[in-house]
Ligand binder design. Structure first.
Ligand code: AHR
Length: 528
């Protein structure tokens, strides 16, 4: 890893950056966006490629526990601070029969999964997932199949999972060894139903009606559940906007959240545009919020349908052969993208963006958890390791506590082909009223040189404290490298890690932080 760039920094010379004289922002506890919903730090486990099999689950692996769960992967998951995991798909769920994955293993059928053309043994199903989720300390978020199936199968699943007993399906769960109900609170009404690639793809009207009816019935089984309707599969979908509007016209009264999915990549080497991908994510969120609120306005309703951003990540989709071209295989190596430092900085910018929308984005799932476009990689029978993208997530999930503050940095800009002129830095901050701790999260997009960021914290000084806040820098972490294409491998698993930063200057009121070129920085300030 490189050493932290110390001030003063040289002026920018590169093509993408206009100037690098420094950026500044004011942090004030009075400017509060809202509390962080811990479910923002979620992930996603799909029956796809090697996410489940040889990912989280591999009986016989040297690290496997008595249930066949890889404890090395479990440890990396808990260290990462994952709060919630969505399961079992993804496109997979749209052809899935949940009953196949419960009960005695020897009676479970082997099926051909049509989403990814995989042989699914059903060795791992809902009960195994719930046991794994408890061990990982994560909240489950379960998707029902509204592709090939409908209302009946959805309510059957809620009955199996959440009723204590005394009905056929809740008693069946008990027979399967789970005396206590699973108590699954969060349910996705299908997956990406706007996508022509989806098994059982529907029009917005068809899906909106089905989601409303399935959701209504599921809630009669368990009134305490929360429901997520499918929004658009990405911001460029031709039906975007109209889809959300029509679906919510039908399902507004039933659902709590509308989903968003977004994946970004750098297919043609335009690094400046790639580093600015969160501009699209930011606009996408604002547009979905506006659309949901327009439905509320038409209904003269004060209800706010919030966002479940339940798939987001960097995904080099241009390298994927496409669902229709996949050979039938058992546990294939599917979309096992290998991430570098630049990808990690982009992931950091997505986390900053999600936090900046914490008033409306309640749930976030980085997709997926292991092997499949994932922050954690594992080899069958072999080691596991953390990709560079693991680090910004782990830092943010741990340090971001309490409320998100509104931060509006000013400073240099970067010219991009795709998004025009964009801010050179993205900043968000959190303030935990319980401890007084402040978290600061910064992405620097400039590629040519480092630059200083100056933060005015005088708003945290108590009355009569003469602008002294009593704060000190307790933690300073940087994800950056002299070589932005540096990565981690099984042989060199810690080539890229979060390293301790240095060179901050803080007089208790104004903090100056040196930012490396193409970097993600996380700080924790405390009075303790
Ligand atoms: O995460 C991979 C796939 O991307 C999911 O199955 C699907 O929902 C999305 O298109």
């Amino acid at each position: 890893m490189t050493a932290t760039t110390d001030l003063p920094v040289p002026p920018a010379t590169g093509a993408g950056t206009r100037a690098a004289t420094g950026a500044s922002a004011v942090l004030d506890p009075a400017f509060r966006i809202g509390p962080i919903d811990r479910r923002l730090f979620g992930s996603f486990v799909e029956h796809m490629g090697r996410c489940v099999y040889t990912g989280i689950y591999e009986p016989g692996h040297p690290s496997a526990d008595a249930d066949g769960f890889r404890t090395d992967v479990l440890d990396a998951t808990t260290q990462m601070g994952v709060s919630l995991v969505r399961y079992p798909g993804g496109n997979f769920v749209s052809g899935y029969r949940w009953e196949d994955g419960v009960g005695p293993r020897e009676s479970r059928p082997v099926r051909l999964d049509l989403a990814w053309r995989q042989i699914e043994t059903n060795e791992f199903g809902l009960g195994e997932f719930m046991t794994w989720a408890r061990r990982a300390g994560v909240e489950p978020m379960i998707a029902v199949n509204l592709g090939t199936r409908g209302v009946q199968e959805a309510i059957d699943l809620v009955e199996y999972a959440n009723l204590p007993g005394g009905t056929r399906l809740s008693d069946l769960r008990r027979e399967h060894g789970f005396a206590e109900p699973f108590g699954i609170k969060l349910w996705c009404l299908g997956n990406e139903m706007d996508g022509p690639w989806q098994i059982g793809h529907k029009t917005a009207t068809e899906y909106g009606r089905l989601a409303a009816e399935a959701g209504k019935a599921m809630r009669r089984v368990d009134p305490s559940i929360e429901l997520v309707a499918c929004g658009s599969s990405h911001s460029k979908m031709p039906t975007f906007g109209e889809w959300e509007s029509t679906v919510l016209e039908h399902a507004f009264d039933v659902v709590d959240f509308i989903s968003m999915h977004a994946y970004y990549e750098n297919p043609d080497g335009d690094v400046d545009s790639f580093l600015a991908s969160s501009i699209d994510m930011d606009r996408f969120i604002s547009r979905v919020v506006a659309t949901a609120d327009s439905v509320a306005a038409r209904r003269r309703s004060d209800k706010r349908v919030n966002i479940s951003f339940d798939e987001w990540n960097v995904w080099y989709q241009s390298r994927f052969v496409g669902e229709d071209n996949l050979p039938v295989e058992a546990v294939p190596r599917l979309i096992e993208d290998h991430y570098d430092v630049t990808d990690a900085v982009v992931v950091g910018s997505f986390l900053v963006t999600l936090l900046r929308h914490a008033d409306r984005v309640s749930i976030g799932c980085q997709a997926q958890l292991v092997n499949v476009i994932a922050p954690i990689r594992s080899e069958p029978g072999g080691p596991s390791w953390k990709q560079p993208t693991w680090h910004p997530f782990a830092l943010t999930a741990r340090i971001a506590q309490g409320d998100v503050l509104r931060v509006e940095p000013v400073g240099p800009t970067v010219e991009t082909t795709t998004y025009g002129t964009v801010p050179g830095v993205e900043v968000t901050a959190t303030h935990d009223p319980a401890t007084g701790d402040i978290g600061v999260f910064v992405v620097h997009r400039g590629r040519d040189t480092g630059m200083p960021l100056t933060l005015d914290l005088r708003g945290f000084a108590g009355p009569g404290a003469a602008e002294r806040t009593g704060l000190a820098v307790a933690e300073h972490w940087v994800v950056a490298d002299d070589d932005p294409s540096a990565t981690n491998t099984a042989e060199e698993p810690e080539r890229v890690v979060a390293r301790q930063g240095s060179g901050t200057d803080f007089d208790g009121a104004v903090l100056t932080v040196p930012l490396d070129a193409v970097s993600f920085t996380a700080l924790r300030l405390t009075t303790r």
